[in-house]
Design a binder for this molecule. Sequence first.
Ligand code: BDR
Ligand code: CA
Length: 331
Amino acid sequence: MAKKIQTPTLIDCDPGVDDAFAIALALASPEIDLRAITTVHGNVPARMAYRNARRVVPFLGVNLRSPKPLPAVYPGAGLPLRGGRIDRKISISIHGEDGLGDLFRKRKPPAPGLRRESRVASQVIASLSRGLGGSLSIIAIGPLTNLALAVRRDRKALAGVGRIVIMGGAAQMPGNATRAAEFNVHCDPEAAEVVMNCGAPITMIGLNVTRRAVLPSRSLGGGGEFRGALRDLAGPYIGFSKRRRGVDGVTLHDPLAVAAALEPGLVGCLHRKVSVECGSGPARGMTVVDLRPGADAPASRARSAEVAMEVDEKRFLRLFLSRLRAYRGWS
Ligand code: BDR
Ligand code: CA
């Protein structure tokens, strides 16, 4: 059988329960050559995001049926571009005190874990972008601060990457952090505005599609030790979702971005200009997708994004669940 082409990929994340699911999907996908994971403030403060990723990656790695080299994990920005702290109360109720449903309170993280890296996220993002150019895919599933800092370091390199797939924003629907803003954009609207306009081909996977990507709780029932761990990981997240939205499952926001990078046909996109509201009023953090007739005329395509408007959720769930079979203890 012909070997699948592997895309060199960097994931920028703030783990986070669904970030951990997204990393699980990426590591289990032979099409992805995961070169680096960079971490950023968001669901948890930056130092915890770094620690969580350094625990999650080897935890997933030891459970893979066919072991593979694991990506290095790098620390990143602790504050949004214009400073100011984000209130963590809601995040704690969604992702648990440690951001990972207290998974590693119940289980020992694998020793020795990954080593500490000295380079910071924005350096790594800029240097991989420079080195790999059009063959690199960046999947951003947290606030966009690291990417914006990388744009400041080397705009030309970032503009030259193959694709940036962003889980963030919402097209034509309210946000989940405020009425106007989706969480990742809410955490750093200025950064989102920089990245949306950096000149790279952007795919925006917003709440309007990710809300439809729900892994029902029953899919996490039974199985072996690994499935049990994912069940624990998702515990608070599912609890919140039942209380708040009456949804009994894990909304796979971040994994959908990974899946869309793997199989672009999973989502139906419109090519549109996206502006990010950066004022200090109630619309702060809103992603304004220009859906006016004629807005995708060729002249306006240069500075615009592929905005996901449709998703084949059944096909996505099939893909997601089939990839989890790569882990010992899933079934
Ligand atoms: C996004 O916000 C975070 O809580 C999730 O990890 C996801 O990246 C969804 O709005
Ligand atoms: Ca995230």
